[in-house]
Design a binder for this molecule. Structure first.
Ligand code: C2E
Ligand code: MG
Ligand code: MG
Ligand code: MG
Length: 277
C-alpha cells in the first residue's frame, strides 16, 4: 500500500518538476524575442532627497507584458535572463534605453537640478568584462552626462570576486559613473565589504525599512548602516518607504535619499515626464 502511494507521490512530484522546468524553458524562448516585439518596457520610480524633499532622480525597472502570459514578475524573468545568459543582450538594451530616456527628461522637464537615472546591473553583466565598453557607448550615443548614470549592483554580484569587482567598479567610477550597492544588509558580510569595494552609496534593503517603526533591531541596524556609511563617506538610500512614519524616522536618522510607494510608484516614461512632486 505504502509502496503504491510512494510511487504515485513520486510521479506527482516529477510531473510538477517537469512542469516547472518546461515553464522556464518556455519563458526563456518567449523572452528571447520580447524586446524586438516591444513587450518589454521601462518604468521609473522617483528618488527623493530627505533634507528638502526634492526629487533627484529615478530608478529604471524593467517590465514584461506578454500577450498570453500577461505581466511576468521581474523577480521571475530577470532570473531566467540571468541563468540563460540572455541578460548579456538585454542588459545593454536596457542601459541604452534608460540613458536615452534620461536625456529626454533633461530636455522636457524643468528640474532645478538634472535628474539621474539608476539602472540595475546583474551579476552576470558585471562578470562579463564588457560593462565599461557598454556604458561608455551608451553615454556617447545618447549624450547623457556620466554623473547622471547610476549603476545598482547587488552585494551578491560583488561578493566572492572582490578584486575583479573592485577593478571594474574603479574603472566605471573613473568614467564619472556612480555605483550603488543594492539590497544592502541582506548579504551577511555587508559592512566589512564597504572598505574593500569602491561604491558611492548603499541602498538599504526594504526588508529593514519595512519594520523600522515596529522592530527596534531593524531600527538599530538601519541607524548603524547610515552612521557607518557616512563615516566612510558613502551615501545612503532607503528603499521601500511605504509610510510617512518610515520617511520621518529615516530623515531623523540622517538617511540621505529615499524611494518607495509612499513617495511615488514606478511610472511610464511619459508619466515621468509630467511627474510633479
Ligand atoms: P530592486 O532593484 O531592489 O528594485 C526595487 C523593487 O522594489 C522594485 O520591484 C520596485 O517596484 C519595488 N518597490 C519600490 N517601492 C516599493 C515599496 O514601497 N514597497 C514594496 N513592497 N516594493 C517597492 P520590481 O520592479 O518588481 O523589481 C524587482 C527586482 O528585479 C529589482 O529589485 C531588481 O533586482 C530586478 N530588476 C528590475 N529591473 C531590472 C533590470 O532592468 N535589470 C536587472 N538586472 N534587474 C532588474
Ligand atoms: Mg535596484
Ligand atoms: Mg533593492
Ligand atoms: Mg524584522
Amino acid at each position: 500500500q505504502a509502496k503504491v502511494a510512494g510511487k504515485n507521490c513520486f510521479r506527482f512530484y516529477s510531473r510538477a518538476m517537469n512542469q516547472a522546468v518546461e515553464r522556464r524553458v518556455h519563458l526563456e524562448q518567449e523572452l528571447r524575442g520580447a524586446w524586438d516585439r516591444g513587450e518589454l518596457s521601462l518604468v521609473y520610480q522617483p528618488v527623493f532627497r530627505l533634507v528638502d524633499g526634492a526629487m533627484i532622480g529615478a530608478e529604471a525597472l524593467l517590465r514584461w507584458r506578454h500577450p498570453e502570459l500577461g505581466f511576468v514578475a521581474p523577480s521571475v524573468f530577470i532570473d531566467v535572463a540571468e541563468q540563460s545568459g540572455l541578460i548579456e543582450v538585454l542588459g545593454p538594451q536596457v542601459l541604452h534605453a534608460a540613458c536615452s530616456d534620461a536625456v529626454a527628461w533633461q530636455k522636457v522637464r524643468k528640474d532645478p537640478e538634472p535628474l539621474f537615472v539608476a539602472v540595475n546591473v546583474s551579476p552576470r553583466q558585471l562578470r562579463n568584462g564588457d560593462l565599461p565598453n557598454v556604458v561608455s557607448a551608451c553615454l556617447r550615443d545618447t549624450g547623457l552626462a556620466a554623473d547622471l548614470l547610476h549603476l545598482e549592483l547587488t552585494e551578491t554580484a560583488v561578493i566572492g570576486d572582490e578584486l575583479h569587482a573592485s577593478a571594474l567598479l574603479s574603472e566605471l567610477r573613473g568614467m564619472g559613473v556612480r555605483v550603488w550597492l543594492d539590497d544592502f544588509g541582506t548579504g551577511f558580510s555587508g559592512l566589512s565589504h564597504l572598505r574593500r569595494v569602491p561604491v558611492d552609496g548603499v541602498k538599504i534593503d526594504r526588508s529593514f525599512v519595512a519594520d523600522v517603526l515596529r522592530d527596534p533591531d531593524d531600527l538599530a541596524l538601519t541607524t548603524a548602516i547610515i552612521a557607518m556609511a557616512h563615516s566612510l563617506g558613502i551615501l545612503v538610500v532607503a528603499e521601500g518607504v511605504e509610510k510617512e512614519g518610515q520617511y520621518a524616522i529615516l530623515r531623523e536618522r540622517g538617511c540621505d535619499f529615499a524611494q518607495g510607494y509612499w513617495l511615488g510608484h514606478p511610472v511610464t516614461v511619459d508619466e515621468f515626464l509630467q511627474l510633479r512632486r
